[in-house]
Design a protein around this ligand. Structure first.
Ligand code: BG6
Length: 293
C-alpha cells in the first residue's frame, strides 16, 4: 500500500491477527498491533506524515548519530530517507526467519550526505513479526568504504502507555546514565524501578539485554530484548516540552514513553568491509508474568 505521499508501506500479519506496518520513508515501523487489534506503539494525533521530518511515533531509526552534533541533522539522516525493499538480502540465521513474516529494507549512502558524513555504507533492516505477535528488528550496517567510520544508533521506540504515571521500567536501576537535560552530565540511578513525574531525557549506560516496561493500568508489560545495543534511552517530553513541539498534542505525553535500544556512549567503529548487527525484540506479556519470574 501507499501512504498519502505515495510512499510505500508494507504490512506484515501473523496467523492469529497481529500486525505491523513499516514505511519506506525512514524504514520506520509505524504500527504494531496485537492479535486483538490493539495498537502498541504511540503515534501522535498531530504527527506530520510528510518529509522532511520523521513522523512522531512508531520506531524511527537514529543513524548515523543519536542527538545532534557536527553538521548532521538531529538523530541523523536515516529516518528521513526513502528506503528500498531488498529482494535479495544476505542470509540471516535460520531462527530469524522461521515461522515469521518479514520484510527486508535497504538504505545505501548517497552523495548528498557526504558533506556532513563522508562514508559509504549499506544499512539493511529486517522487520519481522513472529507467529505469537513479537516484533523483531534487525539492523545490519556495513562499511563499504576504504576507511573506517564510527556511528551511534538508536531504535527510537515510542511505546503507547495507558498513563505515564502508571508506568515503570525495570532493568535500569543502579545504572549510570547521561542526562540530556544537564548537558549529558553523568549520574547514577538510585531508585528501585524508574517511574515518571517530570520530563526525562536520559541515556542509561551498559544496560542488561532484557528490560521491562510495566503498565499497571493495562496490566501488561512490554519486554524489550536487545543485542549489540548497550545503552537505553528513556524519554518523555512532559508538558512544557510537548507544548513547544508542533507535532505532539499538549497532553499526549501522558500516553507515550520512548524506550530505545541504542549504542551511544561508545560509538560503533567499523573497518572497511566490516558489518555491525543490532537487534531489538519487543514482546507483550501479562504483568503478572514479570513479578512471578
Ligand atoms: C530523544 C532525545 O530521544 O528524542 C530528545 O533525547 C529529543 O532530546 C527527542 O527531543 C525527539 O527528537 P526529535 O528530533 O524526534 O524531535
Amino acid at each position: 500500500t501507499k501512504d498519502w505521499n505515495g510512499i510505500d508501506q508494507v504490512t506484515l500479519r501473523s496467523p492469529r491477527g497481529a500486525s505491523t506496518r513499516v514505511s519506506l520513508y525512514g524504514g520506520q515501523v509505524i504500527s504494531w498491533r496485537n492479535d486483538r487489534g490493539e495498537e502498541l506503539l504511540f503515534t501522535s494525533n498531530k504527527a506530520i506524515f510528510k518529509p522532511p521530518k520523521a513522523m512522531r511515533g512508531g520506531i524511527p531509526l537514529c543513524f548515523p548519530q543519536f542527538g545532534n552534533g557536527g553538521c548532521l541533522e538531529q538523530h541523523g539522516f536515516a529516518r528521513n530517507k526513502i528506503w528500498t525493499i531488498d529482494d535479495n538480502p544476505p542470509p540471516l540465521h535460520q531462527s530469524d526467519s522461521n515461522g515469521k513474516a518479514f520484510v527486508d529494507l535497504l538504505l545505501k549512502s548517497s552523495e548528498e550526505d557526504f558533506k556532513c558524513w563522508p562514508h559509504s555504507f549499506e544499512f539493511r533492516l529486517r522487520v519481522s513479526l513472529a507467529a505469537n505477535g513479537d516484533l523483531n528488528l534487525i539492523s545490519r550496517i556495513r562499511n563499504i568504504n576504504g576507511k573506517p567510520f564510527s556511528f551511534s544508533f538508536a531504535y527510537h521506540t515510542y511505546l503507547c502507555v495507558s498513563d505515564i504515571s502508571e508506568v515503570r521500567i525495570e532493568g535500569l536501576e543502579t545504572l549510570d546514565y547521561l542526562d540530556n537535560l544537564c548537558q549529558r552530565e553523568r549520574f547514577t540511578e538510585q531508585g528501585d524501578a524508574i517511574t515518571f513525574e517530570t520530563e526525562v531525557d536520559r541515556v542509561y549506560l551498559t544496560s542488561p539485554n532484557v528490560i521491562a516496561v510495566l503498565d499497571h493500568e493495562k496490566k501488561q508489560t512490554v519486554v524489550i530484548r536487545k543485542d549489540g545495543l548497550p545503552d537505553v534511552v528513556v524519554w518523555n517530553p512532559w508538558e512544557k516540552k510537548s507544548k513547544a513541539m508542533i507535532d505532539i498534542g499538549d497532553d499526549e505525553y501522558k500516553q507515550m514513553l520512548c524506550v530505545d535500544g541504542a549504542a551511544i556512549e561508545r560509538p560503533i567503529t567499523l573497518k572497511p568491509g566490516e558489518e555491525w548487527t543490532g537487534r531489538l525484540e519487543l514482546s507483550i506479556v501479562p504483568s503478572s508474568y514479570c513479578s512471578e519470574h
